[in-house]
Design a protein around this ligand. Structure first.
Ligand code: FE2
Length: 262
C-alpha cells in the first residue's frame, strides 16, 4: 500500500479513541483498585502499536549468568565530555541551552550508581539526524543530539543540551509530538535495560499526543515530566531541569516497550 492510500485519522478521531481507552482503564482501576501505570501493548490511538504489539504470550527466557551480573561500565569507557551535547562540533548549536539532571533510584529510593544513562533527541527545530526523519526543518551542523553519562555514587546524572523542538509524525493528520528527550537506562543487569522519554512542563501538546496519553494514570504521566529548577539554572547561560528516574516499584517511571521508535 502506498503512503497516499493510507487514510489518516483526524486529531478528533484519535482524541476520541484516547478518551475511550482512558474511560475503560478508569473503570477497571475502580474495580481492581490498581491504576494502569503502563500503557496497553495494543493501543489503537498510537497506530504503530496495532501493527507491532505481541499477539502471543511472551516467551520467558532465563538470562545467562553474565546478564545477571553486567553491565559494568568503566569510567574510562564514557568520557565526561559526552554528557555535554553543546560541545560536540566546532560551533555552538542553535536553540535554548538547558541542563537536565537528576538521580536514578531503585524502588526503595536507593541510588543506582555507576550506571550508563544514554540520551537522544531532536534539535531545537524538531529535527533528528536520521535518514528517516524527512521533516522539512533545518538540521543543525553543530548538533547531533546524542549523549552518554555514568551515574555518580548518589545516582546522579547531568546533561547539558539544547531544548528539543516538537515535531510532526505520521500517526494521524496534523500529529505533533510534544518536545521530549529519549532516555535509555541500565539497572545493574542487562535484563533491566529500560527506555523512556522525558517531557517539559506545560506542553500544550500533552492532551493530543497518543504516546504520552497511552499512560492512562495521571500520576504516572506526571512522572515523565522534568521539573523546571531555578537552582539548576546558570546565570546568563542555561535553564535547569530536574528529572529523577525510578527504575522499579510503585513510583516507577513509565518505560516503553523495546519496539517503540517514535
Ligand atoms: Fe522522539
Amino acid at each position: 500500500m502506498g503512503r497516499e492510500a493510507i487514510v489518516m485519522q483526524t486529531q478528533e478521531q484519535v482524541s476520541a479513541r484516547i478518551r475511550a481507552v482512558e474511560a475503560d482503564a478508569a473503570a477497571r482501576a475502580a474495580e481492581t483498585g490498581a491504576p494502569e501505570t503502563h500503557p496497553r501493548r495494543d493501543y489503537p490511538p498510537y497506530r504503530s502499536t496495532e501493527l507491532r504489539h505481541p499477539t502471543h504470550e511472551l516467551v520467558r527466557v532465563d538470562p545467562e549468568e553474565i546478564e545477571r551480573l553486567s553491565p559494568a561500565f568503566g569510567h574510562s569507557d564514557v568520557d565526561p565530555l559526552e554528557s555535554d551535547l553543546t560541545i560536540q562540533h566546532a560551533g555552538e548549536p542553535l536553540g535554548e541551552r538547558i541542563t537536565v539532571g537528576g538521580r536514578v533510584l531503585d524502588g526503595e529510593g536507593r541510588p543506582v550508581r555507576g550506571q550508563l544513562v544514554e540520551l537522544w533527541q531532536a534539535n531545537s527545530s524538531g529535527r533528528y539526524v536520521h535518514k528517516r526523519d524527512q521533516h522539512p526543518a533545518p538540521l543543525d551542523p553543530n548538533f547531533t543530539g546524542v549523549g552518554r553519562a555514568i551515574t555518580g555514587d548518589d545516582g546522579s546524572y547531568l546533561f547539558r543540551t539544547i531544548k528539543p523542538g516538537p515535531y510532526p509524525w505520521r500517526n494521524h493528520r496534523n500529529a505533533w509530538r510534544p518536545a521530549h528527550i529519549h532516555f535509555s537506562l541500565f539497572g545493574d543487569q542487562f535484563t533491566q535495560r529500560l527506555v523512556t522519554q522525558m517531557y517539559f512542563p506545560g506542553d500544550p501538546l500533552f492532551a493530543l499526543d497518543p504516546i504520552y496519553q497511552s499512560i492512562t494514570d495521571q500520576g504516572a504521566r506526571d512522572r515523565l515530566i522534568g521539573r523546571y529548577d531555578h537552582e539548576s539554572s546558570v546565570s546568563e547561560f542555561s535553564l535547569g531541569y530536574r528529572w529523577d528516574i525510578v527504575l522499579t516499584g510503585a513510583r516507577a517511571t513509565w518505560l516503553e516497550p523495546e519496539d517503540a521508535d517514535e
